[in-house]
Every structure is written in C-alpha cells, then in structure tokens.
Write a protein that binds this ligand. Structure first.
Ligand code: 6R9
Length: 686
C-alpha cells in the first residue's frame, strides 16, 4: 500500500466488521486471591500506580529501573527522551541514556552471585512424554552461556555483530541468546518452523556471519532436519550475498543417530565439543542502555519482514515488570509460557522476563497436542505450574477435543491463566476459565506486539478487578492508549477506532534494522504524533479495551502474523501465476486462515495439481504456517479504475461465499469491471 489514504481506507474496511457487545463481568476469583501472595493489594492500588506512572513517568520508571535491575553505572541524563511526531524531526525513544548494564548479567550472574545458583531456571520438557526432560539450574545456564560467549568471541564475534539463531525450543536457545547479550552481540532468532528461504532472508538482511542451529528436532512423530535447512539457507546466502557468507555454524546435537548430518569442514562445529574446549570464564560487556539487544523479524502489510530492533535497558525492564505484575509472579512459583522463543512472546516471557525475575520456568519443545490433548495439563501437573500463558488458537483446539482431556488431570497448582496472540472469543475464554482453571484462576488476556516488547493492555489479576471475557481490559503502567477515528481525532469512551499509543514506554522497539525511514513510515506517519498499532479497538462505558483485530493487510494465523504481501509475492513467483490477492478468512481453530485468489497467465488452466504446487511454493518460501487454506481461481481481480484491488470485496466473498449479499459487498460501481464480482462468487468452492 502506498499512500496514507490507502492505509486508512484499508483500515476502515477492517473496522467495518466489528461487533460491539459489552459482556458480563466476572470478579477475580476469591480462591485465587486466598491461594497466593500478591504484589498489589487491589485494583485501586493498580490504578494508583497507573496514575503515578502517567503523571510522574520519570519518577515511576527510575524507581522501577533501580529496584528491578542491576546497573554497572546509573544513567546520568534524563530517564526518558522521545519524539513521536515526524513533523518535529526524527522519531526516537531513549530510556536511561548513558546508563550501563548487561542483560545477561541481570538474567543470570546476579542471581548466582546472590546464592541462587542451584535454583532451577528451566524444566525442559521435550517432545516425548517419557524420558525426554532435563532440568537446568541458574548456575548451569551461566556456565554454558559463558562458554558459548567465549567461543563466539574467539570466532571473531564483536559487540554490535548480529548472530543468527535457528533452534527449536530447548534451553540452548535462551543460552545462545544470552551468550550474545553477554558479549554485546545482537541476537537474531529465526523461528525453527521457518523455511530455508526465510532464514536466508533474515541472515542476509542482518548480515550474520555466525549461525547457531541443531541437527534436527522431533515435531510429534516427524523428524525436522534443521541443519539441512540451515545448510540450504547458507547456500542461498552465498548465492545472493554479494560476498557475504556464514562462515561459522555451531551445531547442537539434539537427535544424534536419529538425524545424521554432514559437517562442513572449517565452517561447522559441534556445540558440545566447542563448549567443552571453550574458556569457562567470559567477562560481561557493559552496554549502554540504548545499545541494541536483539533484532526480531516480523511481517507487516507491505514488503519484506522488518527487523525490529529492541535495545537493552528499556526492553529488559519492561519484560521484567510486565512478567511480574501481569501474572502476579511470586518467588518459587513455576511459570509456563507455551510460546516458542522464535517469537516475541518467547523472547519476553520464556527468556528475559522470567530470568530477570529469577523465576523457574517450563520450556516446552514439543507439540501441545502430542501425544494427545491432555499434554499441556500434564506438564502443568508434572512441574506444579502456577501460571500458564498460551494462545487462543490452542485453547480452541483443546476445547474442541473435549473436557475429558483436562478434567482427568489434577491442576491444583494453577493460579493464573494467560493468553496472547489474537483476540480471544468469549466462548474460548469461558472454557479456559471454567474448565481449564476450574473457576479458580483469573484469565489474563494480554494485548501487545513484537513492536511493544511486552504487555500493553491487560486485565490485572488483582482483588476487586472485574474481568470481562474477551476484553484485554486496562492499560499497563506507563501506557497511554488512545482511540482515533480516521481523521486522526482522539475519541472519548465509549468509542471505536484505531488503537494508537500517545507516549513512549520502555519496551518500544527503537527502529527497523537498517531502515529507520520504514519504521517512521509504518508506525508514525498515518497519525502524526502517535504510535499506530495496526489494530482496531473499542472502549466500553467502563473504560475497558476490546481488541477487534488487525485493520491492515496482516493476517493473524494461530496468533502469528502473516503479511498478505509476502504470500502474494510467493504465489506470483510461480511461473503460471499472473496475479494473486490474499485475504483473511474466518477459521474455527486458527482464528484466521489464509484465502488466496489466484489469476493464471494466459494459456494455463486451473487444476488440483497446480493448487498443490502453489501451496507447496508458499510452504517452501515462507514456511508451513503461511500455506494458503484456500486457493480460489480468479479469472480476474476486482479493481478500481486506478488499478487498486478492492480487498474489502475479496474479504467478504472469502467469508460468506455464495451467500454474500449485495449489501455486504457494498458499492461496486467504482470497479473497472464490476462483472468480475459475480464471476468470483460463481467460482467459490470450485
Ligand atoms: C505478542 C504478539 C501482534 C498482533 C497484534 C494483534 C494481535 C496479540 C492480542 C492480539 C487481541 C490480544 N494480538 N495479542 N489481539 N488480543 N490479547 O502476539 O506479537 O506476533 O507481533 O502480534 O497480534 O493484532 O497487533 P505479534
């Protein structure tokens, strides 16, 4: 999409489909209030803190930064300086500028120094139910991190270099991230489910020379050959890299005999051999508060995925404080976030938040429905989990499997249930609350994004708070959300519009890697002076925020963002395809599915075989998660006279099929060829 005008009209299309009921209220359960300690006395205290965080942000955040983090040197300048208004110059946020600290030191060293080395950092649950688990203490984490960090240094990795990590959800993933953080290298974690092509793109964009991976991983009963994919990615990097190449690959042995791999001399080395030989000590690199900590790629509505850059102090403070208060995490609790570290949820709530708060967590490598739908609850029981944080898509699939998978497992340790990734429908919320948590656990529906670093809107699990199924509810400390209409005017409650944030917070991403202009364009140019989230939302009479989904061309598949542009360009890369338009479709389990309209070049005919081939093309280029659910053969696409595809119409047909009414289609007279619409409806399901 090119102009602001296009963006707003596309957003408006998205907003037009929103429902608006307020829903019943459910108090935070008394059983939970009695069963655990609390950081905050009640909802009034939460609101008081919130008020202070907005009225005296410098005091609020400097207090928290001193209390929650260990500093090598305190910041000397202002706690916060920022500009959100492109008209006034460059958009930036600087928190605790001039302060010096290290994220790894805060996550590990200080806990070990304080005598907590033998505390479990991670219970590691593998794919298999039996004999596939390990326990890693804080001291063991630190030992591995130091060894890997000194090995990386010896291989020439320096402060500011970007290291790619392509691993499954095993403790070696946080170990690799923290080893980078220790020496000031920037980690670039690529989700293990992404393809070689996607990995290559991320390696090249960030110019990584070192890659950390493993031989392979089990997904249910399938072996995924991760190293083979990494090798293929490196070939692509070599072909396209203009001299750039990955010259070091450290390979963790996860499967061994089950997954034999070839090791390329001089480039590839085994993790266990390297760490055994490595220097066991490695000094911490003291970083400036605003030095980058990591880059993480995320899909947007246009172009290639963006490498979002998070910096050190603000991000870790924000991950820690949200983890502590949103889940009421107490000392000795066991925390379980089901996300993979390849996503921001894993970064903030498997790695940084919990480790900074010296939590004990579960890190789960497997599939939550393998061998059956009781797996998650079994894990909760096995490790006596107190907080479980997961995604609505999974809740829906567990709900569908039936209550017996839940009720046969005692879940007495559970105190708080959390969700993230997409709006949770009240039906799934109620099931999670009533069945999963036996009405004893508050459900914390956390709205946030890769860009925001940590939770932005949450239902605080505190005494006196009234939950509403489906509402992310209230802003977190320091967050000032506003709802704008399409003219960019702030609305007052009750209202509905575009969710934006009015001032900086510590966890905001600072830039897009190598492309600051893109960051300003995407997030700060549509509504001047605000961070634009790309989500629609409604605020009810009580001031609760209800997220209504993306208002741009991003599809939320099982809580993962897929840019329509990426899928389209992958489809169009097939030699038979002339044009493609991709829109979301409602999906019972995934929330949204991917619906692709494909126009073939002259001389080529639709066939089932071609359908398969096209799906495979996307799978190979992006990853299984982006595979279209439906491919709809389109003789042509509905376009305006200026050549813009009318996605609103395509969305409606994807949603309603042959039942779509002319009211629902709206005005089609501006189309260059209005008859295309009838043809498309006619071809629905064929
Ligand atoms: C953390 C994460 C961000 C997008 C976001 C929104 C959707 C996430 C949500 C939610 C409604 C929630 N989203 N949490 N929508 N309620 N509780 O998911 O980051 O992968 O960047 O996705 O996910 O649309 O804009 P990310």
């Amino acid at each position: 999409m090119s102009s602001t005008e296009d963006m707003i009209s596309a957003m408006h299309d998205g907003l037009a489909e929103v429902k608006t009921e307020t829903g019943p209220k459910i108090p935070v359960p008394e059983t939970y209030l009695k069963a655990t300690k609390h950081h905050l006395k009640d909802v009034q205290e939460y609101l008081d803190w919130y008020k202070k965080s907005l009225e005296s942000p410098n005091d609020f955040w400097s207090e928290k930064a001193k209390e929650m983090l260990s500093w090598h040197q305190l910041w000397t300048g202002k706690t916060l300086e920022y500009n959100f208004d492109v008209r006034k110059g460059k958009v930036y946020s600087e928190w605790f500028k001039g302060g010096k600290l290290n994220a790894c030191y805060n996550a590990l060293d200080r806990h070990v120094e304080n005598g907590h080395g033998s505390q479990v950092a991670y219970y590691c649950e593998g794919n298999d139910l039996v004999d596939d688990h390990r326990t890693v203490t804080y001291a063991q984490m630190l030992d591995q991190v130091k060894r890997l960090a000194s090995a990386l240094k010896k291989r020439g990795v320096r402060k500011g270099d970007v290291v790619a990590i392509y691993l499954p959800n095993i403790p070696e993933l946080p170990i690799s991230m923290l080893a980078c953080a220790r020496i000031g290298a920037i980690h670039n974690v690529v989700f293990g489910g992404f393809s070689a092509e996607a990995l290559a793109g991320r390696i090249l964009d960030a110019q990584c020379r070192v890659l950390i991976t493993c031989d392979g991983v089990m997904r249910g009963n399938k072996v995924i050959e991760l190293k083979a994919l990494a090798d293929a990615a490196e070939e692509l990097v070599y072909e396209r890299g203009d001299g750039h190449l990955v010259d070091r690959q450290i390979v963790f042995k996860r499967l061994g005999d089950k997954c034999p791999v070839g090791m390329k001399p001089k480039r590839d080395e085994w993790w266990h051999e390297t760490l055994a030989k490595a220097e066991p000590e490695c000094p911490v690199e003291w970083m400036d508060a605003e030095d980058p900590l990591f880059v993480l790629y995320t899909s947007g509505s246009t172009g290639k995925p963006k490498g979002l850059v998070h910096t050190t102090a603000g991000y870790i403070l924000y991950a820690a404080i949200t983890h502590k208060y949103a889940f009421n995490y107490q000392e000795n609790d066991v925390f379980f976030c089901t996300a993979d570290c390849g996503w921001i949820t894993g970064h903030s709530y498997v790695v940084y938040g919990p480790l900074l708060n010296r939590a004990t967590s579960v890190i789960f490598e497997g599939v939550p429905t393998h061998p059956d739908s009781s797996r998650l609850w079994q894990i909760c029981d096995k490790y006596k989990v107190n907080q479980m944080y997961t995604a609505p898509t999974l809740i829906r699939s567990l709900m569908r499997a039936g209550d017996k998978y839940v009720t046969k497992i005692p879940r007495n340790s559970l105190r708080v249930l959390g969700t993230v990734g997409e709006p949770i429908n009240p039906e799934a919320w109620n099931w999670f609350f009533n069945v999963g948590g036996d009405k004893c656990c508050p459900v914390v529906d956390t709205w946030w994004q890769t860009e925001t670093g940590g939770h932005m809107i949450i239902p605080p699990p505190v005494r006196g708070f009234q939950m509403k199924p489906g509402a992310a509810s209230l802003p977190f400390f320091g967050i000032e959300p506003v709802v704008l209409n399409e003219k960019g005017e702030e609305l007052s409650k009750p209202c509905e519009g575009f969710l934006c944030i009015k001032r900086s917070w510590p966890g905001i991403h600072r830039t897009v890697l190598n492309d600051h202009a893109r960051m300003e364009q995407v997030y700060f140019s549509t509504f001047k002076g605000y961070y634009m989230s790309g989500d629609g939302c409604r605020v009810d009479e009580d001031g609760y925020y209800w997220l209504t989904g993306r208002v741009d061309d991003v599809i939320n598949v099982s809580g993962h963002r897929i840019g329509t542009a990426e899928v389209e360009s992958s489809l169009v890369s097939h030699p038979y395809v002339a044009e493609a338009a991709v829109v979301p479709m409602p999906h019972d389990i995934k929330g949204q599915g991917i619906y692709a309209y494909v126009t073939l070049r002259d001389g080529f005919e639709p066939s089932e075989e071609l359908r398969k081939e096209l799906r495979q093309t996307v799978r190979v280029e992006i990853g299984a998660i982006a595979t279209p659910d439906v491919i709809h053969w389109a003789p042509a696409l509905p376009k305006t006279r200026s050549g813009k595809i009318m996605r609103r119409i395509l969305r409606k047909i994807a949603e309603k099929g042959t039942h779509v009414s002319s009211e629902e289609l709206g005005d089609i007279t501006t189309l260059a060829e209005p008859q295309v619409v009838a043809q498309l409806i006619e071809l629905y399901g064929k």
